[in-house]
Design a protein around this ligand. Structure first.
Ligand SMILES: [Zn+2]
Ligand SMILES: [Zn+2]
Length: 484
């Protein structure tokens, strides 16, 4: 059981939140506009860093905050996160603006045919509500984000909507592939027709639209507004997590000329009095933070982020620059695993280490080697694989033989091999499986490599969980045991 230090925990939480918000968006898939660079799908891919699913990405994060072989401290990882998140927030703002522009233009087209539709509030029978008008109203009233936001976010969204409206004032009509089909605009997206002549793209409102087409145009706009609201929510989440990471970094760099927004009377807080909320990144004195957390509120009057006690992070817990690497440069969990393996190996025992994902396996191998622990992997041709396994099967290992075998949990190559020379099995993280049966089948097979006839020593099973993360969640779901 490993408690992640606050910096690592922050990184984990941030990614968990980002994945959650992005996944929710994914379900209500909005037609992705090719014109916008860095749309949501792309941003999601960046967070996933080559993982197949959100769960996989999170499992890896509990093991080490950085999979690249470049060694970094949590502070450096923090800086890097700030950098990429800042970039992604900009992309999100750009995306939101472009979608607003597109929606505003679509409404102009609709109003050309049905001027009275503007601001249509009640959903009359056979009529579509003008949700763009509703959105504009909500933005003005600081109510555009479901679940609430804060002053900074509302100001940002107002600015985005304003600049979108400016843009549409300047160029009210423009070809828009997002709406072309529904508007019955069959001008192709190509610049040239087959005779090689420039063809003017249709920028006009389609003439003589049927009642059905007009309805479809309104309905498409209504659906688009869902997507725009979701983008607003994404921006809210991104602003909060970016703010949190900036606060964490500032604490680590001992930039502590910070005042409490709710009580300080302009007095600068001492480091021991300071805290930050992981839910929204707002900073203040610990007493006020805890008092407000009791009411499930943030200390900022305009901030509506839901706050729990566990969101209050003390500045002293975050450490100052210089003592920030309590988890070591590879993170708390891997550091602990390595030191335990070292002890076992020094004792003369041999070890199997199970990991599920290739890139994580590579990382674990690197860290073990770096700590002077010779590690064997089953890979390459059948012959080299057999040779590798032979080494592990020697009754008495030579002084220079590796004593650690690193396996992926579903390694077919060594499935039937007797490895009773090893009497320790290390599970770096709980297995991500589709079903309970699959989970238990893999585990039984893995443990079966060492716990079988011919084993003379006591078998030790080591399982590693980062407290209060997807690790403990999966284990509880699969086994019913709560290890938190
Ligand atoms: Zn205070
Ligand atoms: Zn707040």
């Amino acid at each position: 059981k490993v408690s992640l230090p606050p910096q690592e925990r922050g990184i984990y939480l941030e990614i968990a939140t980002a994945l959650q918000s992005l996944e929710m968006n994914g379900k209500r898939a909005m037609k992705s506009k090719k014109t916008t660079k860095g749309d949501r799908a792309e941003r999601l891919a960046e967070v996933l860093e080559g993982s197949q699913s959100a769960e996989e990405a999170l499992l890896k994060k509990t093991c080490t905050f950085d999979l690249s072989s470049e060694s970094v401290t949590a502070l450096k990882a923090c800086e890097r996160i700030i950098e990429t998140r800042e970039e992604q927030k900009l992309q999100c703002e750009e995306d939101l603006k472009n979608n607003c522009i597109s929606a505003l233009r679509q409404r102009l087209r609709i109003l050309d045919h049905h001027p009275q539709w503007k601001g249509m509030k009640q959903t009359e029978k056979g009529e579509v509500q003008d949700r763009l008008a509703l959105f504009v109203d909500d933005v003005a009233k600081n109510q555009s984000i479901a679940g609430g936001a804060d002053e900074e976010i509302h100001v940002a969204i107002k600015k985005i909507l304003d600049s979108a409206q400016e843009e549409v004032k300047k160029v009210p009509k423009k070809y828009d592939s997002y709406y072309a089909e529904v508007n019955g605009d069959n001008t192709s997206d190509e610049d040239d027709d087959d005779k090689g002549k420039k063809r003017k793209r249709s920028t006009e409102t389609p003439k003589n639209v049927s009642k059905e087409t007009l309805y479809a145009m309104k309905f498409a706009l209504r659906e688009h507004m869902h997507g725009i609201r979701t983008l607003g929510k994404e921006l809210c989440g991104r602003t909060r997590s970016l703010r949190y990471f900036k606060s964490v970094r500032d604490f680590q760099l001992s930039h502590t000329d910070i005042k409490c927004p709710s009580c300080s009377n302009g007095k600068t807080l001492r480091r021991e009095e300071l805290g930050v909320l992981s839910s929204c990144g707002h900073v203040g004195c610990l007493k006020c933070l805890v008092d407000q957390a009791d009411k499930e509120r943030c200390i900022h009057k305009t901030c509506q982020a839901p706050v729990k006690f566990t969101n209050v992070v003390k500045a002293t817990e975050l450490g100052a620059d210089g003592d920030h690497d309590e988890g070591g440069k590879h993170g708390a969990k891997l550091s602990q695993i390595v030191s335990n393996i070292k002890r076992v190996v020094d004792n003369g025992d041999r070890v199997l280490v199970f990991v599920q994902f290739q890139d994580l396996k590579q990382k674990v191998a690197e860290v073990l080697e770096e700590n002077g622990l010779k590690t064997l992997q089953v890979k390459g041709t059948v012959l080299t694989q057999i040779k590798a396994l032979d080494v592990m099967q020697k009754e008495v290992p030579g002084p220079k033989d590796p004593r650690i075998l690193l396996l992926t949990m579903d390694d077919e190559s060594s499935a039937g091999v007797n490895l009773t020379t090893c009497n320790h099995a290390f599970f770096v993280h709980p297995l991500l499986a589709n079903t309970k049966q699959q989970y238990h089948a893999y585990e039984t097979q893995a443990i079966g490599r060492v716990r079988r006839f011919g084993q003379n020593k006591t078998v030790h099973i080591w399982r590693y969980f980062a407290v209060d993360t997807i690790d403990t969640e999966i284990f509880k779901e699969r086994t019913g045991q709560d290890v938190n």
